[in-house]
Write a protein that binds this ligand. Structure first.
Ligand SMILES: Nc1ncnc2c1ncn2[C@@H]1O[C@H](COP(=O)(O)OP(=O)(O)OP(=O)(O)O)[C@@H](O)[C@H]1O
Length: 492
């Protein structure tokens, strides 16, 4: 995950589009042309040396001159190209900024400044582009000179041996050496092309072999019925997102009993979501361990772990397809089960029928666009709830699962969570305190530590406690703990 945090998406896209294209198409072509022209040059030299042995002597110094020019060109071409691509990305980012900020730029009347900035960036990029051409001309002049020296040497040899070599051979040799002048230039350009294309290959190779990988999907044997009770033990869990960053979880000790419902609260940045990340092993622990029903989750495969847990995230991801394919991607459940889940999560009403596919109604074959953008965020959260219900996992994690639905739906969902997830272990991060005051225990987090952990009522009764403060801020009274009707309350 740290790779995705630190690598811009544009760079990854570039690797998998441009670099792959260059490796698959340009590289093979450039190599073919390079070896073709190289073998033509060698063949012509062999032909000439066969008839005019002294040509080999002249070839030595000319070859040294060639090596120097080609080496100089290749080194500078590489740098100039790099310079140009850096300046090109400046143009792209200026352009992107201007596009995404069009409304602000117009509102503040800054069009001229942005146009000027973009023009300056294009000018600078063109400067580097010009250098690429100037570099190629520099090489052409040197290679032309070497080619002409080769022609001159051959001419001198032909003239001085005119009584020993037949005129037809002399004509053959001269015509070949004349054609070779262009080919030498072409060959050097192809070599530079191969080198550039090899950079793409090197980058792809790095992605393929050097990147840090997550744990394997399957590792060791996991009981098919695991987790049976849903008991989770966090033992001195410490976690940081990357090497060099501070610890985000600083020694969490928490024993969640099977079937217990725990509400996790705390300020923004307290580490609530990070606890969930460790449970799903999105980030590995720095030290400590998490055990679910006696199995250390660090010792099993990622698929084995994640397939046994269910999550209702804050911003759920839906995939292009149908509601059915999103609820049950592997086709393991009957339509009736899926429909019941949709009903329990209030996406369809009690009266709606499974076969009613009229437009505007939610049904199992309803289309889901990319990222589920044809549904509101609240509906997507409800779909994630339905997905969790279908999954029937023993452990359910909710990350502010109802932050985007209205109060009335939220209350219904809480009822679903209470009934549909009965007997399951529930870890719920909540912004609306009202949703969790009836839970078994509340875990209050601050700066990566658990600062309060007890039943809601006990915590409320603790004078000066953080949870008590939050409740007071949100207007929750003692009696609300018994009726669960506390009105709209939001932490922060
Ligand atoms: N991907 C990440 N890379 C580096 N640091 C991160 C990353 N995600 C979170 N953090 C850091 O970890 C700390 C805890 O973040 P976390 O998301 O767990 O807080 P939270 O309590 O869930 O907050 P919120 O209520 O706003 O969701 C924060 O200080 C944050 O800066």
């Amino acid at each position: 995950m740290s790779f995705f945090d630190t690598t811009p998406l544009g760079r990854i896209m570039n690797r998998f589009s441009k670099d792959i294209d260059i490796m698959d198409n340009n590289l093979t072509d450039a190599m073919r042309m390079y070896f073709l022209t190289l073998s033509m040059i060698i063949a012509v030299f062999i032909l000439i040396i066969t008839y005019f042995h002294y040509f080999a002597v002249a070839l030595g110094p000319l070859f040294l001159m060639f090596l120097f020019s080609a080496g100089y060109y290749r080194a500078s071409a590489r740098e100039v190209k790099r310079h140009e691509s850096v300046l090109r990305s400046v143009v792209f980012s200026r352009f992107g900024e201007a596009l995404s900020g069009t409304a602000c730029i117009r509102a503040y009347g800054m069009q001229d400044r942005f146009i000027r900035d973009l023009q300056d960036a294009i000018d600078t990029m063109d400067g580097a582009y010009f250098l690429t051409f100037a570099n190629q001309r520099w090489l052409s002049v040197r290679l032309d000179a070497i080619g002409n020296l080769l022609v001159m040497t051959t001419g001198i040899l032909v003239v001085t041996s005119r009584f020993n070599v037949s005129p037809s051979i002399a004509g053959l040799v001269l015509s070949y050496i004349l054609s070779i002048v262009m080919i030498i230039q072409f060959s050097v350009r192809q070599l530079a092309e191969v080198e550039n294309a090899m950079n793409s290959t090197e980058r792809l190779h790095y992605y393929g072999t050097q990147l840090e990988e997550e744990a394997p999907p399957h590792l060791g044997e996991v009981r098919p019925s695991w987790p049976e009770k849903g008991e989770i033990v966090f033992d001195n869990v410490r976690m940081r997102y990357r090497e060099g960053l501070p610890l985000v979880l600083q020694g969490i000790d928490l024993h969640v009993r099977g079937g217990e419902r725990i509400g996790v609260v705390g300020r923004t940045g307290a580490g609530k979501s990070s606890i969930m990340s460790t449970l799903f092993r999105l980030v590995e622990l720095s030290s400590g361990s998490i055990t679910i029903d006696g199995v250390n989750i660090g010792s099993i495969g990622l698929h084995d772990l994640r397939s046994r847990l269910a999550i209702i995230p804050q911003d759920p991801t839906l995939f292009r397809g149908t509601i059915r394919s999103n609820l049950d991607p592997f086709g393991e459940h009957s339509d009736l089960e899926l429909w019941t889940a949709l009903r329990q999560s209030y996406l369809v009403t009690e009266e709606a029928s499974l076969d009613d596919k009229s437009p505007g109604r939610i049904h199992l074959d309803g289309a889901v666009e990319e990222e589920g953008l044809n549904y509101s965020l609240g509906q997507r959260q409800l779909m994630a709830l339905a997905r969790a219900l279908v999954r029937n996992s023993k452990i359910i994690v909710c990350d502010e699962a109802t932050s985007s639905v209205d109060m009335e739906t939220d209350q219904k969902i809480q009822r679903t969570i209470a009934t549909g997830f009965k007997g399951k272990t529930l870890l719920c991060i909540a912004h609306r305190l009202r949703t969790i005051i009836n839970y078994d225990r509340i875990c209050v987090m601050d700066a990566g530590r658990i600062v309060e952990l007890d039943s809601p009522l006990h915590l409320y009764d603790k004078p000066g406690g953080i949870f008590r403060g939050m409740c007071e801020q949100s207007g929750i009274k003692r009696e609300n703990f018994f009726d669960g009707e506390s009105g709209e309350v939001t932490v922060e």
